[in-house]
Every structure is written in structure tokens, then in C-alpha cells.
Design a protein around this ligand. Sequence first.
Ligand SMILES: *Cc1c(COP(=O)(O)O)cnc(C)c1O
Length: 320
Amino acid sequence: MAPTPIEKMERLSEHLGGPEIYIKRDDLCWGFTEGGNKVRKLEFVVADALDHGADTLVTCGAVQSNHCRLTLAAAVKEGLKCRLILEERVPGSFNATATGNNLLFNLLGVEKIRVVHGGSNLVEEMEEELSDLSREGRKGYAIPVGASDEIGSLGYVVCAEEIIEQLRSLGLSMNYVVCPSGSGGTHSGLLAGFFYNKSDITVLGFNVGRDREAQEELVFDLTNKLTAKLEMDQDIDRAKVCCFDEYVGPGYALPTEEMKDAVRFVARLEGIILDPVYSGKAMAGLIDKVNKGYFKPDQMVMFIHTGGVPALYAYNHEFL
Ligand SMILES: *Cc1c(COP(=O)(O)O)cnc(C)c1O
């Protein structure tokens, strides 16, 4: 598959007057139903599902989950069925007539949606679904939240290698790569991929839900599972796992003023649309770090646009 574009954010860099900022357009990940970072992970996970002879993908996520939308789209492409378990992380947030990803769940022909309370045991919920399928003589395959296991996250090990190659051919070198850090597969895959390839690019993760300590532990653990899978006999240095939690606001998927400002700012300066849950909060963090002098003016920073644009349409009341 062709690499996703790397572009300079010319006007944003100029306006902020800090480091040179680039963007990697994983929101354009092969035009797969609006793209996004889950495409890279699903490439590995769905191959594993097919190897296991599955006829149905089962996965879970929040009520406007991009991961659920892309898993469903991948199922459609492979001629599989798909069942979704949606977790109401914000109580009462499921709306069967909502636009955004919810509209796409319906349009793409989801077989079944089951809504569960926030904090439910999603692994158990998915197992229940697999048992139901097996009683019907079918074979399900459960994909964890965000496809962030040591199979799916290999998609971002590949992305790290893609970045190294692209930068080489563009004659650029980056000091930092910045990404949102949610279920952690993107962040961990990049860390493992750069480590494996002996790149000294620093990865900065901007949390979207957890506090710093919990997210860093999650990413550290997943990164080490990946390096083990890559048959490296060395764990990553714990100090290389860096997460910021000060841009989460009141909680996962809950808007902040800084997120809204960042989404508007980038739309109006660059013509690029970010999402309200992940890339918008990560960009708010990046802008704040630039303003606070975290980076030196001669440094180079690349933002990974992880997608999520359809979710924005379910937040129109926040922007109009
Ligand atoms: C899932 C998601 C993320 C978070 O990526 P993880 O690998 O789960 O940490 C970021 N941005 C968007 C748009 C997503 O859908």
C-alpha cells in the first residue's frame, strides 16, 4: 500500500513561531470509509481473523467509535458480518438516530449493535457474543478495543518504518513525532518501530482519557509486547514513554475549549479537519507546548493525524 502523505503545516508553523510542524495524513489512510489509524491495525487483525476461519467480526468501542466503523468497513470488504458492542462511557450518550459514525454503522449494514453501560467488562461482553454466534453455527473473532493488541499495533510498527523511509527520501529529519494516546496501539507501535529501527525520533503521546501514570504504564507494557514479538531481546527504556494528560479536560470524548479552538484554528489555517475526541485534543496539546517553549525553534515536529473526522459531525452543536 502507498504511504500516506507527509505535508508541511506551513501556515500553522508560521503563526505559532516555534518549531517546523509537519503532518502525516493517516486520516487519508487509503480512503477506507473516511480513513484513520485503525486501518493500519485492522490490516493485521483482520488477516488473523481470516486465518482463524472467522465469518463474523465482533468488536467494541465508544458510541461514536471510529474503530467500530472501520472494523465494520473491513468486514464488508472481506464479505464478513460484524457485530458491535458500544459502551456508553458518557451515560445516556447512545443515540440511535445520531449522525457521524452512528450513521455510518447503519449505512455499512452492521448486523447488530448492543449498547452496554460505561465500565462494563467488554472482554466478557464480546465472549458472550462469540458464544451466541457459535450456537448459531457461526465463527466469530473478537477484536479488542482499538485493535490495540500485539497483532493490530504492528500496523504502527510498519508506519514507523514508512515514516523513516519517507523522511529519508524527502531529505528531512524529525526530532519529535506527536500522536494521540488512547488504547495505546498507535503510540506503542511507533515507539517499538523507531526502537527496532534504531531511530532517535522522540514520540510524544497526548492522552484522551487516562492520567499520565496509567497511560504510560499501558503504553510501556504494550511496547514491550511488541518488541518481544519482533524478537528483540531488550525492553524499551521506560523514560522513552512520554504521555501528557493535561489536555484531557473533564474526560474521554468530552469537549474542551482548547480542543474547539485547535479544531477551528487548523481548519482555518490549513484547511485540514481534525476530530473532537483525539486529534483535536492532541493538537490543542501540541499548540500549548509550542506556546510554552517546549520545543526549540530549529526543531522539527510531526503530528500524526489519526483520523476520526466523521465523529466531528456528531459534535456540530459544539461548533455552530
Ligand atoms: C482510536 C483513535 C485514536 C487513538 O489511537 P490508539 O491507538 O487507540 O491510542 C486516535 N485518533 C482517532 C481518530 C482514533 O479513532
